[in-house]
Design a protein around this ligand. Structure first.
Ligand SMILES: [Zn+2]
Length: 194
């Protein structure tokens, strides 16, 4: 087993004397002890759900679930409240991740629905780059000058700080402000009282 690769894991050495558990090194740099059965049967082999190889994808998956399920989510009114659900298999991160890999997901890509009135399903979803996503979202307002950025509210600022894992550039596009505005908010250089 030593040296063999399973997904993102490489077996380093046996973790017990019966050779049923193995110390494995993950591509992200962490390690994990894995049972032989798991190595041979699992589709997604990483060190754990917070593996940096998948952290971004995990965030995407979790956001999709929150938009469908959580009344507290900012987008709930246009997703879950409208009855939009996700495919039952996608309740499991590993199944979602396997689908993502098979459909050309590369770190940083965004999940979109082809028909925005339909559910999150393998048939209705695809991966696009962030710039593709922004140009889709901005359709119909492309003629507006770029210099006109939105005025932020205190609620916006709280939202920007509440999701520190959202890349600055994504937040900037979402609120239609420049990246430095987001950075300054997150570093408390501006909006200090919030
Ligand atoms: Zn890892």
């Amino acid at each position: 087993m030593e040296g063999k690769r399973f997904g993102n894991l490489t077996v380093v050495k046996a973790a017990d004397t019966t050779n049923t558990r193995w110390l494995c090194a993950c591509d992200c740099g962490n390690s994990r002890i894995v049972h032989t059965d798991t190595l041979l049967s699992s589709d997604l082999l990483i060190c754990g759900v917070h593996c940096t190889m998948y952290r971004r994808l995990y965030y995407t998956w979790n956001t999709m679930r929150l938009r469908c399920n959580s009344h507290n989510n900012r987008d709930y009114h246009k997703v879950g409240a409208l009855g939009i659900k996700y495919h039952p298999d996608w309740d499991y991160f590993d199944k979602f991740a396997v689908w993502a890999k098979a459909t050309g997901y590369v770190k940083g890509m965004c999940l979109i629905r082809l028909d925005e009135h339909a559910d999150f399903t393998p048939d209705n979803c695809k991966w696009v780059t962030w710039s593709e996503m922004v140009s889709r979202t901005n359709k119909g307002r492309v003629h507006k000058p770029h210099t006109k950025s939105r005025k932020l509210t205190a609620d916006d600022v709280r939202f920007i700080r509440r999701w520190p894992n959202d890349p600055d550039v994504e937040m900037a596009a979402r609120f239609r402000v420049c990246v430095n505005t987001i950075r300054n908010i997150r570093n408390y250089k501006t909006w200090k009282g919030i």
